[in-house]
Ligand binder design. Sequence first.
Ligand code: PLP
Length: 244
Amino acid sequence: MSTIPQRLSDILKYIGQAETAAGRRQGSVRLLAVSKAKPATDIIRAYQAGQRHFGESYLQEARDKQRTLSAFNIIWHFIGPIQSNKTKAIACHFSWVHSVDRIKIAQRLSEQRPPHLPPLNICLQVNISGEASKSGISLEQLPSSVDVVSRLPNLHLRGVMAIPAPEADYALQRQPYRQLYRKVSQLKHPELDTFSFGMSGDLLAAISEGATWVRIGTALFGARSEVSPQAIGLSGESFSRSDR
Ligand SMILES: *Cc1c(COP(=O)(O)O)cnc(C)c1O
């Protein structure tokens, strides 16, 4: 049975090969280890093997792990659905937020980011598959949203995040990422340098289409057999499929 350090090493090797295959610079794709529904001991195993960036989807669960792991130099990313009443804690306790799905949430995060901390790195979540049930800014709204959010004082708008509808076919996996990458390239915002694209099931397609963060849970930590209580309470359509 493979261990977390072995899987981490395999994933990093795979990312390196995918960068080469896509003609991308080595190191241009970074790994976000998605530890939701996994215990702090799993995070420590990955940490001891060199991983520093970890992603969590549910605030309470993340806060519990942050307290347990406060002695570790972990960089925490929030990647889950955001309710308005959770923005304060998210603004205080994370370095990155990938799942900003409306302007109001960005405004609150900016207002509530403590002044002694550096600007909060954020990505706008784009509803790339156009599914009404999924959260995210539409492609049409993206240019005006970027204009507004990029001016908020305590945020550093880095780029976009997408969770396309699950798709087994490689060519079809690439399409939504390509469309979003093009759209961002056409904006008059050359400072946007971040594409949070790709999970365990579509890593290669995402890297081929410009991913700079890949968010990997299952391939690193194994399947999430039990859904955390927070997951049941909060999960939206877009997350339930990865919580099987
Ligand atoms: C759970 C989750 C992931 C990781 O998914 P895996 O398929 O387990 O790699 C990535 N991104 C988001 C937003 C998630 O909620």
